[in-house]
Design a protein around this ligand. Structure first.
Ligand SMILES: Cc1cc2nc3c(=O)[nH]c(=O)nc-3n(C[C@H](O)[C@H](O)[C@H](O)COP(=O)(O)OP(=O)(O)OC[C@H]3O[C@@H](n4cnc5c(N)ncnc54)[C@H](O)[C@@H]3O)c2cc1C
Length: 466
C-alpha cells in the first residue's frame, strides 16, 4: 500500500461494476476511493437482474457467451459471500428460466436458438406445453412449446447495489460523493473507469447508450407472484420477460432501443403489458407500480471493455457491459482486482481490451451527435441520432422517482497511442487473501454452429429481452 493519503486505486462510478471492483480491490489490501454523486443510479437501477448465460447466448456472440457462462458460475459463491459479509438479502433465486413460445412462428424462432445453445453444450431442455404448465400453471393455454434453462438464475439489482455499498464501506473504501469531470482530477496510482454510459465522455471509448424501457407490477393483496421461474416469452413475434420476486414484484421487460433519451412511451408500455398478459393472463390483475427507462452501456461488438486504456496503463476501464452487467459483475470484479493486485493480466482479458477499437477519440461536448470522426472504426455514436450530453445515465420514470446527477462529458482528452500494455501491480503489500483463479478458457472457441440473424423485432424497436 502506498503511504500518505494517495489511494492506490480511484474507481469512477458506483454502479454494480465499480462497487464490486472496489470491494474486490479492498479485499486484496489495496486502498481504494470511489467517486460517484449518485451510486446505483445508472442502468442497474432499472435492470431486471437475470443471470442468464444460456437464454442470453445468441448467434455471433461466442466471446460474450463464454464470459456469461464463466461469470454466472461465480454467482452462487459471490452471492453467498456478499450476503454473509453484509447480512443483506440480495434476492438471489435459483429456480431457473422457462422460455415459452405462443405461436408456431414463435416456436420456430425459439427452436433455432435452443438448437444453437445446445450445440454449444449449454443446458437447455425443450418441454411440451403440458410439461410447461405443470411447472407453471399460470402460463397461458396458448403455448406451442418451451424450454427450461435450470442454470439461468436471477438477483435483484437494487438489493445487489445496496449490499455492495455496505460491503465497500465495511472494507474501508472511501466514498467520494461527487462526479468526476476529467480523469486528470484524480490522484491515485491507478484509476478504474467504471462509469457505465459516462465512460465515453471520460475516455473517448466507443460506449453508447442503448435505451431500455421496463415495468414493475405488484401481485394483489401483498401476495407473492403465482409463478417462480423467470419466464421469457416469444409472444406473437414480440419478446418479453417476466421476473418474479419474493417481495411480490414482477419485472416486465424490456425494450432495446438505439436511442439515448429516457422517455417512457405509451407504445412501449402497451407492447410490454400486452406481451406479458399474453404469456400469463393473470398479470392483468396486478398493480402497475413503475414504468422506467435506463441506458445500457453498449459497445460496437456487445463485448465489455476491460483493461488498460490504449497508451495509458494507469487508466483501467471496466465498462461496456451492455445487457449483461449484472451477470458479469463477479467476473469483472475478479479480473480487474487481480490485474491491479498482481500486474498480470488474465488471458481472458485479451479479447476484452479497449485497444481493439483503436485509439480513443478525444471528446468534447460537441462530439455528441457529431459526424463520425474520420478513420474511426465502428463508431456507434451516430446510431439513433443525438446523444444528449447532459442527460442522466440513470433512469426516466413514470410514477417513480427519477435519480439523476450524471455529469455531462468532461472533455478528457484520451491521447492516441495503441500500446494496450499491462498495468503494474499497485500497492506494496501483497494480495489480501483472495486468489482469483484464471479463466483462460473464457472467450475461447465454443463448439457449435453459427448462423443467421439473431433477434426479432417489435413495434418499440429491436428486442432481445434484457
Ligand atoms: C432495462 C434494462 C434491463 C437490464 N436487465 C439486465 C439483466 O437482466 N441482467 C443483466 O446482467 N444486466 C441487465 N441490464 C444491464 C445492466 O443494468 C448494466 O449492464 C449494468 O448496470 C452496468 O453496470 P455499470 O456499473 O457498468 O453501469 P451503471 O449501472 O450504469 O452505473 C454507472 C454508475 O456510474 C456513475 N457515473 C457515471 N458517470 C460518472 C462520472 N463522470 N463520475 C462519477 N460517476 C459516474 C453513475 O452515477 C452510475 O452510478 C439491464 C439494463 C437495462 C437498462
Amino acid at each position: 500500500m502506498v503511504g500518505g493519503s494517495r489511494p492506490d486505486v480511484a474507481v469512477v462510478g458506483g454502479g454494480p461494476i465499480g462497487l464490486a471492483v472496489a470491494w474486490r480491490c479492498a479485499a486484496r489490501g489495496l486502498r481504494v476511493s470511489l467517486y460517484d454523486a449518485t451510486p446505483g443510479s445508472g442502468a442497474s437501477d432499472v435492470a431486471a437482474g437475470m443471470l442468464a448465460p444460456v437464454a442470453e447466448s445468441y448467434f455471433g456472440e461466442r466471446v460474450l457467451t463464454g464470459l456469461l457462462v464463466e461469470s454466472a458460475g461465480r454467482w452462487p459463491g459471490f452471492a453467498a459471500e456478499l450476503a454473509e459479509y453484509t447480512g443483506l438479502d440480495l434476492g438471489y433465486r435459483t429456480e431457473g428460466t422457462l422460455t415459452v413460445a405462443l405461436t408456431s412462428d414463435d416456436l420456430a424462432e425459439a427452436e433455432r436458438l435452443w438448437t444453437y445453445q445446445r450445440n454449444l453444450g449449454l443446458p437447455v431442455t425443450p418441454l411440451r406445453p403440458a410439461e410447461l404448465r405443470d411447472r407453471e400453471p399460470l402460463l397461458t393455454t396458448r403455448l406451442r412449446g418451451g424450454a427450461l434453462a435450470p442454470g439461468d438464475h436471477q438477483v435483484d439489482p437494487r438489493r445487489l447495489v445496496a449490499a455492495l455499498r455496505v460491503a465497500v464501506e465495511r472494507a474501508g473504501v472511501t466514498l467520494v460523493s461527487r462526479p468526476v469531470r476529467q480523469l486528470a482530477e484524480l490522484d491515485a496510482a491507478v484509476t478504474v473507469v467504471a462509469a457505465g454510459c459516462g465512460t465515453a465522455a471520460l475516455t473517448g471509448l466507443p460506449v453508447r447508450p442503448v435505451k431500455g424501457q421496463i415495468l414493475r407490477l405488484r401481485a394483489p393483496r401483498g401476495a407473492t407472484p403465482g409463478f417462480r421461474h423467470v419466464i421469457r416469452g416469444h409472444a406473437d413475434g414480440r419478446h418479453v420477460y417476466l421476473v418474479p420476486r419474493t417481495d411480490g414484484e414482477v419485472v416486465v421487460g424490456a425494450t432495446v432501443e438505439e436511442r439515448a433519451d429516457l422517455d417512457v412511451t405509451a407504445g412501449a408500455v402497451l407492447d410490454l403489458l400486452r406481451s406479458a398478459t399474453d404469456v400469463i393472463p393473470d398479470l392483468a390483475e396486478y398493480e402497475l407500480v413503475e414504468a422506467r427507462s435506463g441506458l445500457r452501456p453498449g459497445t460496437p461488438d456487445n463485448v465489455p471493455l476491460l483493461g488498460p486504456l490504449p497508451g495509458r496503463p494507469e487508466v483501467v476501464v471496466a465498462t461496456g457491459h451492455f445487457r449483461h452487467g449484472i451477470v458479469l459483475t463477479p467476473l469483472t470484479a475478479d479480473l480487474v482486482a487481480d490485474l491491479l493486485a498482481t500486474g498480470v493480466p488474465d488471458p481472458a482479458l485479451a479479447p476484452l481490451s479497449p485497444a481493439r477499437f483503436g485509439a480513443p477519440v478525444p471528446l468534447s461536448p460537441a462530439w455528441f451527435g457529431a459526424p463520425v470522426p474520420p478513420g474511426r472504426p465502428g463508431r456507434p455514436g451516430a446510431v439513433g441520432g443525438a446523444m444528449p450530453a447532459a442527460r442522466p445515465a440513470g433512469a426516466g420514470s413514470v410514477g417513480g422517482s427519477a435519480p439523476g446527477g450524471e455529469p455531462g462529458p468532461g472533455g478528457e482528452s484520451g491521447p492516441g497511442g495503441e500500446s494496450g500494455s499491462g498495468v503494474g501491480a499497485v500497492g506494496g503489500s501483497g494480495p489480501g487473501g483472495e486468489s482469483g483463479s484464471g479463466v483462460g478458457a473464457v472467450g475461447g472457441p465454443v463448439p457449435g454452429g453459427e448462423s443467421g440473424p439473431d433477434d426479432g423485432t417489435s413495434r418499440v424497436g429491436r428486442t432481445r429481452w434484457s
